[in-house]
Design a protein around this ligand. Structure first.
Ligand code: IMP
Length: 428
């Protein structure tokens, strides 16, 4: 039995979807434990591209169980769309493959509207998917859970009580149109009918799986620097994205986790607002964006691009307890003459080797770079570590030294096969 947690070590979009897809081969279960349809996990399979917002990235394998855990905020409309698309493309033929936690909280239309309307004031650069407002309700103990939807009267009561508050807030504060009760009520009962077969006590199912010695892969969404507590607050998402939350967000004990695999992109990107010391607002950043296809999988927004920042990844390594790292999108750097790595920050004449908490300090941090020679050649065909050019290996070695973790998986292209695996976290 092995439990492996996959987490992003930067600001999301590290290529977790591909790594999850790859390791699903060895897993029996793939579990999402936080976030919602703000995620956009991309997988390329024999030239065909898939983007998953809610369904765990393991769904493309027949027979593997995919769980949407209690820690996720679930937008039924997005999920149904995703299910429909997968089925139309000839995947996900067995409904037993997908399970949704009864305890996951629902995203309702007012969450999305509040999210978008509040962006005018707070300018976080959210995905507009209603994630923050849905988690707020969860914490305020007025959220509506998947299980509540199964009890029509309870759902009616909760929706009425919520709508009263939400409509007042929407109309009086945000100057938006209110929602009609019947519209949401009818729509969500339809969603209940369509999704009912997937709704289960997933915590109990996972406990049974642990008991049977199954392999479980936990698929983190977003990245450590977007974590509500440990990220660049307030420019973060509304959930804990770190490995520790895999336990709370799925209901498994910490003692069951064997390995935490961090995923780091060979450079850095970020979508939305917030500090980003190594950001390149020049033709080098533009080249990364073009070569790496750096546009948001959920919103289509161009991602901000910059050099690898060892300070933030080191922060993620410590917070998550990562010893093994999957380094992704190495091939995007193929054509660069020189490649830089940020090893510390210059702030008001002082040098800092860890991430600050103060937002103003974050925003004034100037990166201290080490410069390395690029490898200037195609690495997509590399099957083994020794196939990589010397300068590419040097780059990886230097990253390992700086982040104090071993690079055990190297992704050199978007396809499953374009990956060098030095160590499989499932030990296979
Ligand atoms: P929210 O999660 O929609 O509330 O957005 C909060 C911040 O997290 C914004 O900067 C988003 O761009 C960012 N974000 C949310 N989900 C992802 C993701 O999956 N990848 C990258 N950034 C994300």
């Amino acid at each position: 039995m092995a439990c492996v947690v996959i987490v992003g070590t930067q600001w999301g979009d590290e290529g977790k979807g591909k790594i999850v897809d790859l390791l699903t081969r060895n897993a029996d279960f793939v579990v999402r434990f936080q976030g919602g349809s703000n995620a956009g996990h991309t997988i390329v399979l024999r030239g065909e591209k898939f983007i998953f917002h809610l369904i765990p990235s393991g769904i493309l394998y027949r027979g593997k169980k995919c769980i949407i855990g209690n820690g996720v905020v679930l937008d039924p409309e997005v999920l149904l769309e995703e299910i429909k698309e997968l089925k139309e493309r000839g995947y996900f033929k067995d409904d037993q493959q997908l399970m949704i936690s009864e305890e996951a909280h629902l995203i309702l239309p007012y969450h999305r509207k509040i999210d978008v309307a509040r962006e005018r004031i707070f300018k976080i650069g959210t995905t507009g998917r209603g994630i923050g407002p849905a988690y707020e309700d969860k914490v305020a103990r007025c959220g509506i859970r998947v299980i509540d939807l199964m009890d029509e009267e309870l759902f009616r009561e909760k929706l009425e009580a919520n709508l009263l508050q939400k409509n007042t807030y929407l109309v009086e504060v945000l100057k938006e149109e209110p929602f009609r009760f019947s519209e949401i009520f009818e729509t969500y009962l339809r969603f209940r009918d369509l999704l009912g077969k997937y709704i289960k006590d997933t915590t109990r199912i996972l406990h049974e799986a642990l008991h049977q010695g199954k392999h479980i892969l936990f698929e983190g969404a977003q990245g450590t620097l977007l974590d509500l507590d440990h990220g660049t607050y307030p420019y973060v998402t509304a959930s804990n994205t770190v490995a520790g939350n895999a336990c709370a967000g799925a209901g498994v004990p910490p003692t069951e986790i064997d390995t935490i695999l961090g995923v780091a992109k060979a450079y850095t990107t970020r979508v939305g607002e917030g500090p980003f010391p190594t950001e390149l607002r020049d033709e080098v950043g533009e080249k990364m964006r073009q070569r790496g296809g750096e546009y948001g999988a959920t919103t289509g927004r161009p991602r901000r691009c910059g050099w690898f920042d060892a300070v933030i990844v080191n922060h993620a390594i410590r917070i998550n307890g990562i010893r093994e790292v999957a380094l992704t999108k190495m091939d995007v750097l193929n054509e660069f003459e020189k490649i830089k790595i940020c090893v510390g920050y210059q702030i008001d004449g002082k040098v800092l080797y860890h991430v600050p908490s103060n937002l103003r300090i974050w925003q004034s941090a100037k990166p201290i770079y080490e410069e390395m020679e690029g490898w200037k050649g195609e690495i997509r065909g590399a099957k083994q570590y020794r196939d990589l050019p010397l300068n590419a290996r040097r780059y990886i070695k230097r990253i390992e030294e700086l982040i104090q973790a071993r690079v055990t998986i190297i992704s050199v292209g978007s396809e499953r096969e374009e990956t060098i695996i030095l160590k499989n976290p499932f030990g296979k």
